[in-house]
Design a protein around this ligand. Structure first.
Ligand code: SAM
Length: 258
């Protein structure tokens, strides 16, 4: 059973255009080869003019995760497909998104250590970039991706072309399993309360550890960050809540299970 697009609380036109590009990119080579610069895709992800964020992520990696900083070149694998918008960072051409995914990997590793043999779930996965970056570093046992049907088509193509083997797509109707870690960045927080409750029951409650970036700057969101924090804290009392210090938005990083 597919997840319905009504569950995502973003503007209707932006959503329909984005979902169309995801589907087309999964079917058509020309669209795929340029999807990371398609204007209907960059309203949602791979935003234009984001290199100032790339600089912040790069500095954060250098200052906090020197081992990742030294091996940054390995992660440019995520810029090979889709014509990523890359910039020079001290001689290395890399995209702001890839730097964000590496920064997130660093945060996760700092909290939880090695992810080898982990069963990981991700809610709202873009084209699968975070999964690919983790796959470059750790041998997870399983990676279950939850997203709308069209992005799942794109993720499937993207991860297969990048030789990621142990991934599958989540099905909320099936009896969900236990996870070692759930990840959701700028995604769970963009959904309506009804599907959030399903993810809470079927994924978040069943995840020993969690790393969520919650964002809330749209008027149409049904739950405020504060509401999400109260709910998740009632399930995982050791929840740590930090303001994301790299953005000016009211974004919070929630972690549990350290
Ligand atoms: C802003 S993007 C963030 C993507 C990725 N986590 C990242 O950090 O780059 C939001 C993602 O949530 C997905 N999404 C929207 N509604 C969803 C739902 N009901 N369940 C799961 N994912 C959803 C979108 O397709 C998109 O991939």
């Amino acid at each position: 059973v597919e997840i319905e697009k009504e569950t995502w609380l973003i503007g209707q036109d932006d959503k329909m255009n984005y979902l169309k590009v995801c589907k087309e990119a999964s079917e058509n080579e020309e669209v795929f080869n340029n999807f990371k610069r398609n204007p209907h895709y960059t309203t949602i992800l791979e935003h234009d003019g984001y290199n100032y964020m790339g600089v912040l992520y790069h500095n954060h990696i250098k200052n906090n995760y020197p081992h990742l900083s030294k091996t940054l070149e390995n992660y440019t694998v995520n810029d090979k497909l889709g014509n990523a918008d890359i910039y020079n960072h001290e001689g290395l051409m890399i995209s702001p998104s890839t730097l964000r995914y590496v920064k997130t990997l660093g945060d996760i590793e700092k909290s939880f250590g090695s992810l080898n043999e982990f069963s990981i779930a991700e809610i709202g996965c873009g084209y699968g970039g975070q999964c690919l970056i983790i796959n470059e570093t750790f041998q997870f046992k399983k990676y279950t991706l939850f997203d709308l049907p069209e992005p799942c088509l794109l993720i499937n193509k993207y991860l297969k072309l990048n030789n990621v083997e142990t991934f599958s797509f989540g099905n909320l109707e099936a009896e969900c399993e236990n996870y070692d870690l759930v990840i959701s960045n700028y995604a769970f927080s963009e959904c309506n309360a009804k599907i959030q409750d399903e993810y809470i029951e079927k994924v978040i409650k069943k995840s020993k550890r969690g790393y969520l970036t919650i964002n809330a700057f749209w008027a149409m969101l049904e739950r405020k960050n504060a509401d999400i924090i109260v709910i998740i804290k009632s399930i995982h009392p050791d929840l740590k809540v930090e303001k994301d210090s790299l953005t000016n938005h009211e974004n919070y990083i929630l972690t549990w299970g350290m």
